[in-house]
Design a protein around this ligand. Structure first.
Ligand code: NDP
Length: 446
């Protein structure tokens, strides 16, 4: 088996040299899906995983724009259209200086499996730019978004490719991108998700990824006769996913001890409450300042500069910031502190060595493609509402989100249970693979 997996990975690596994040994502899937494929006549010999690892289309383009000092800036924009076997390409846009093709291909590849797990008809895609929004004025952000969309618009559409937000792209950016698309196409359509509620957005979309992570964590705990109530929780990040994961944890009676950003983390030993979380949302979403501002208003909390929160004793860890932010040493600290469960809010935040350690040492671990699928699931519901020209209530969307997270959990159990042990990585990868592979086989070699 090892030889077959290595042969496959060598072939993919030949075509994708110097793309470590993409190879990391493909390796994790290959290690769990290839042993399944070789036992199934319908997949074996069809090179279906090799086809999935090759993007259907990659678009790279110049984004030139004028800053507030009237200087011309140049960035690089991308859209990776990875797989459209089960529906239009769907996946977020990331604006961050670290963005490159390797990172976007890893995200687009993960998105294929995640979207498949939601049970909704969405293919996999991802895009973005190496643009750093930090410190930029609103008008600079608007001009950048307009320039970015002036090229992207010709490659996307409601039945073709429907982008959404990701790191650095929230409601404000989606607004500017949508405005420019509408102007260029002269049509009002559901071409982006994460729109404002008064202009085609869905209720619960901003909350969906964070809430979904916590619903999934609750299901993992219920499965071992535990519950989230009263548990201490360590969260990284303080953006969209982290904020709403924290909100749902607090609602369910858990104690959220930390949040972070790229400058460090805050530790509040009394736990966050709704008022404290509102203040964090004000710091991050309105003032757009650093998380350290929190301790000015709540001096009993401590700010740890340039550190990660994984050494704080907790029962549950939710990494919600970025890829590879929790390594083997962090995993060992969590285990020493009796952490029960680690559930990914971000995409691929836990390194492969740390995942292996969790699985071998009995810490429950869920990969983001299962646990953070709530965001894209509600994006799928936004697309459905746009097509129907109808809005579901908050209660209706939340109940559908819960149902989808429950279905994903069940799929992980179906494909990942081995002699009563649950491997959520294996379960998510195989369940996600089967649906897309069946569609690709039905549609022929294209
Ligand atoms: P935001 O931009 O809202 O927030 C990102 C957070 O992560 C910020 O606190 C940011 O800190 C921190 N961060 C970013 N890069 C780094 C880094 N290199 N080191 C440390 N901290 C960092 O993004 P989201 O909350 O939307 O996304 C977070 C993660 O969740 C990403 O992995 C994304 O792909 C994933 N995700 C998001 C979904 C969504 O619906 N938004 C859906 C599914 C997954 P700072 O402010 O200092 O940059």
């Amino acid at each position: 088996m090892e030889k077959i997996i290595n042969q496959f990975l060598t072939e993919v690596n030949e075509r994708n040299k110097n793309e470590p994040e993409f190879m990391q994502a493909v390796t994790e899937v290959a290690e769990t899906v290839i042993p399944y494929i070789v036992t199934k006549d319908i997949y074996y010999g069809q090179n279906v995983l090799l086809r999935m690892a090759e993007p259907e289309r990659v678009i790279s383009f110049r984004v030139a724009w004028v800053d507030d000092n009237e200087e011309i800036q140049v960035n690089r924009g991308y859209r990776v259209q990875m797989n459209s076997a089960i529906g239009p390409y769907k996946g977020g846009l990331r604006f961050h200086p670290s963005v490159n093709l390797s990172i976007l291909k890893f995200l687009a590849f993960e998105q294929i499996f995640k979207n498949s797990l939601t049970t909704l008809p969405m293919g996999g895609g991802k895009g973005g730019a190496d643009f750093n929004p930090k410190g930029r004025s609103d008008t600079e952000i608007m001009r950048f978004c307009q320039s970015f969309m002036s090229e992207l618009f010709r490659h996307i559409g409601p039945n073709n490719d429907v982008p959404a937000g990701d790191i650095g792209v929230g409601g404000r950016e989606i607004g500017y991108l949508f405005g420019q698309y509408k102007k260029l196409r002269n049509e009002f359509s559901g071409v982006l998700t994460g729109k404002g509620v008064s202009w085609g957005g869905s209720l619960i979309r901003p909350e969906a990824t964070g809430y979904g992570v916590v619903y999934f964590t609750s299901q993992m705990l219920n499965h071992i006769n535990e519950s989230i109530e009263g548990k201490s929780i360590v969260i990284s990040g303080s953006g969209n996913v982290a904020q709403y994961a924290a909100e749902k944890c607090i609602n369910l009676g858990a104690k959220v001890l930390t949040l972070s950003d790229s400058s460090g983390y805050i530790f509040d030993k009394d736990g966050l409450n709704p008022e404290k979380l509102d203040h964090i949302m004000y710091i991050k979403n309105v003032k757009r300042e650093r998380i350290s501002e929190y301790v000015k208003k709540y001096p009993k909390a401590v700010f740890y500069s340039n550190q990660k929160p994984w050494g704080i004793k907790c029962s549950i860890a939710l990494p919600c910031a970025t890829q590879n932010e929790l390594n083997l040493a962090d995993a060992k600290k969590l285990k020493e502190n009796a952490c029960l469960c680690v559930c990914e809010g971000a995409n691929m935040p836990v390194t492969p060595e740390a995942i292996r350690f969790f699985n071998e040492s009995g810490v429950l671990f869920a990969p983001g493609k299962a646990s953070n699928a709530g965001g894209v699931a509600v994006s799928g519901l936004e697309m459905a509402q746009n097509s129907l020209r109808y809005n579901w209530t908050r209660k209706e969307v939340d109940s559908k989100l819960k149902g989808i997270m429950n279905d994903i959990h069940n799929s992980c159990l179906e494909f990942g249970t081995d002699k009563k042990n649950i491997n959520y990585v294996k379960g998510a990868n195989i369940a996600g693979f089967v649906k897309v592979a069946d569609a690709m086989l039905a549609q022929g070699v294209v």
